[in-house]
Design a protein around this ligand. Structure first.
Ligand SMILES: Cc1cc2nc3c(=O)[nH]c(=O)nc-3n(C[C@H](O)[C@H](O)[C@H](O)COP(=O)(O)OP(=O)(O)OC[C@H]3O[C@@H](n4cnc5c(N)ncnc54)[C@H](O)[C@@H]3O)c2cc1C
Length: 392
């Protein structure tokens, strides 16, 4: 028999997060400290302080560094509850890219690196970035096109190149940078991850991009690296293993996107359902017109199946499986089905849907990028198709 029941302590935590989000976080959703590129760090710090006080900060973080140490199923349950508010993930310190970086550092960083970068990250004291994607024909869907280079110079490496779409760069304290790395003889070792404080000389924000979404503090930036000197001790893991570590980061990170967006889509559906019950047209509530009722039914169906897929893939990760296919399928289906839920919810709201009077308009804009980052849908389908063709 498949047991879908949740442990009592997880149910209690989920209920605590649900209350915290409703009572403490949702009142901030109209706070003016949410600017064109995203919430300000001042707002983030205020919310983080509240979550810390409530004992809910960093549910994903390792216990030894002050987090709650949840497994993947635990995260699925709690992240959905947090995602119900546009500011929930920020408050609990589980927003991308910090959440994925926490997992990566926990798994790969040395003890000294953990003390320097992981500890303040789990404590919510700082923000971080993950810098892989490049402009002008460099790394994107195909990371092997990476052009940013790291070349050895004594015990250091000198880094030159350019990155873009780097979430949260403005205001973040440190970064994990991917660069093509060469040895003393000029041999290409592959990609390496480097830990760097963002005030290291030679790192410069070229511009903060104007984007469709506005849910990340600092927005998304283009960053230039000019003769940036980094000691070899700041390599994360081993030189040349960057692409392998990227999988360590990206597989669970695409699942946590699904979890947070599930909560956001549930919120949109709840708002649409309330409206469909109250709003009258042609002699009855609009939800009793089949066109609207069927949209609500589709929403519930999509939410249900996304939740099942998330729980199943999370359970596989908890069993120590790589679950590459399952997490890919989950990312494709959740990004598309949850976007459809948000789109239908907006439609049910009529003209109100496109106004800032509900969070649906904001979520509609923010969720669009989910089909692109951490692997566009087409790339996941392409990878799945290759695996299908190889299967005996
Ligand atoms: C909101 C947002 C935040 C981001 N944050 C970060 C960040 O913090 N750090 C970071 O490093 N990057 C970040 N990214 C970048 C993101 O990872 C890339 O946008 C993504 O990997 C796609 O790369 P690209 O934009 O270069 O698209 P391209 O590689 O130019 O691809 C364009 C399109 O081509 C199609 N395509 C590509 N390959 C295939 C294929 N094999 N089969 C079929 N179709 C294909 C897809 O439809 C794809 O959308 C972010 C992106 C967004 C939108």
């Amino acid at each position: 028999m498949i047991d879908f029941s949740l442990p009592d302590d997880l149910v209690a935590l989920r209920d605590g997060v649900t209350r915290f989000i409703r009572d403490e976080v949702m009142p901030y959703e109209s706070d003016p400290r949410q600017e064109f590129h995203g919430p300000t760090d001042d707002l983030r710090c205020e919310l983080v302080a509240k979550a810390k006080q409530a004992g809910l900060l960093s549910p994903h973080g390792p216990v030894e560094w002050g987090g709650l140490g949840l497994n993947h199923v635990g995260m699925a349950v709690v992240f959905e509850a947090a995602g119900y508010s546009t500011l929930g993930p920020l408050a609990l310190n589980i927003q991308a890219p910090d959440e994925g970086n926490t997992n990566l550092l926990h798994n790969v960083a040395s003890q000294a690196q953990k003390e320097r970068w992981l500890a303040p990250l789990v404590a919510g004291e700082v923000r971080s970035v993950f810098a892989m994607t490049e402009p002008d024909g460099g790394a994107g869907s195909d990371p092997s096109l990476m052009r940013t280079e790291a070349r050895p110079d004594g015990d250091d490496y000198i880094i030159n190149g350019r990155k873009w779409l780097i979430t949260g760069m403005e205001g973040a304290s440190f970064q994990i940078l991917m660069a093509r790395t060469f040895d003393q003889q000029g041999n290409d070792l592959g990609a390496t991850m480097f830990m760097m404080d963002n005030d290291t000389p030679g790192i410069e924000i070229v511009r903060v991009l104007n984007t469709i979404d506005s849910n990340s503090p600092g927005g998304h930036a283009e960053v230039a690296y000019t003769d940036v000197r980094v000691p070899a001790s700041q390599i994360l893991g081993e030189a040349g293993k960057g692409f392998r570590y990227a999988q360590v980061r990206l597989t669970p990170a695409r699942m946590t996107h699904c979890m947070r967006w599930l909560g956001a889509a549930v919120r949109c559906h709840d708002i649409a359902t309330d409206y469909a019950r109250q709003r009258q047209a042609f002699g009855k509530p609009i939800g009793e017109h089949e066109g609207v009722g069927f949209m609500l039914a589709e929403n519930e169906t999509d939410l249900h199946f996304c939740r099942l897929a998330i729980w199943q893939a999370s359970w596989l990760l908890d069993q120590g499986e790589q679950a590459r296919n399952e997490t890919s399928m989950c990312k494709v289906r959740c990004s598309e089905a949850l976007s459809a839920v948000v789109d239908r919810s907006l439609q049910v709201l009529g003209g109100r849907g496109i106004t800032g009077d509900t969070v649906v308009e904001r979520i509609y804009r923010d969720i669009r990028a989910f089909r692109i980052y951490d692997g566009p849908s087409e790339v996941h389908r392409w990878a799945l198709a290759r695996n299908i063709m190889k299967r005996n």
